[in-house]
Unconditional design. Sequence first.
Length: 312
Amino acid sequence: MHHRPVLARAVSRLAAVRPGELWVDCTLGFAGHAGRLLEAGARLVGFDRDPDALGHARQTLAPFADRVNFVHGDFRDVQALLADLGPVDGLLADLGVSSWQLDRPERGFSFQATGPVDMRMDRSRGEPAEALIRRLSVPELAEVIRRYGEEPFAGPIARALATWAAGPGPFDTTTLARAVVGALPRKAAAKRRHHPATKTFQALRIAVNDELGALEALLAALPGVLAPGGRALIISFHSLEDRLVKRRFADLSGRNRPQAPRRGLPPPPAPPAAFDLLTRKPVTAEADELDDNPRARSAKLRAVQKREGVAA
């Protein structure tokens, strides 16, 4: 199965892999990025929440089997998963849902084809999106849609989803998307560049998989996971993710100064920076990649490097 990793050239440049380095791919997926790291001579630990993706990655990376360990796990647990190995030389996370997952109706991520309202990255655990919709009150559901989808019509959409859940069915991604579209003012829906249900489906997926909580845990673990000189590269696909990465990288590199306790008092001294920014601004796709892979249009890559002499 053909898979094109986004921002592949930029990842290779910023990773700057030296043969024998130990890298962790937190979102192995179809192993597009992992394959390039291995071709450069890295040793790799690759984990993913999706057992199906891991199965495909094993096939793709079979030529490098002696240098790869596969782990079924959530990257929020990166420090525990790597405890026996010690600090690593590099970490890569390509966030979000893959094109392959979107294209499989049975996974429930897409409104383009009919499937169950599931949206779990790991179908062996957790609560499907349909169960989440049924469990939450209308105000709670509206908050999920507003916070994770940045959807201005969260209230009407939440009420429409409650009506959908209480209806006769069928309960699938197609009817769910129609409920969302029906809740929007016609003029607002017509002005949207993407399908009117995109923001709501994103919000439900993020909530079902606790994607932002997992990302916060990964970012918090970076100082303890990376060896001196180690690099962390994170690709995000929406502003909520990118905001978290940008803020955490600014903290690690000493760019966020502590606030004064109150007016008239000096701010407390900033702790010494343990990391250097490798990207002052996010790296985005160039025109030729956008022509070849439209999925890359929203991808943003940020990277940091742990300073030499800084303990794990």
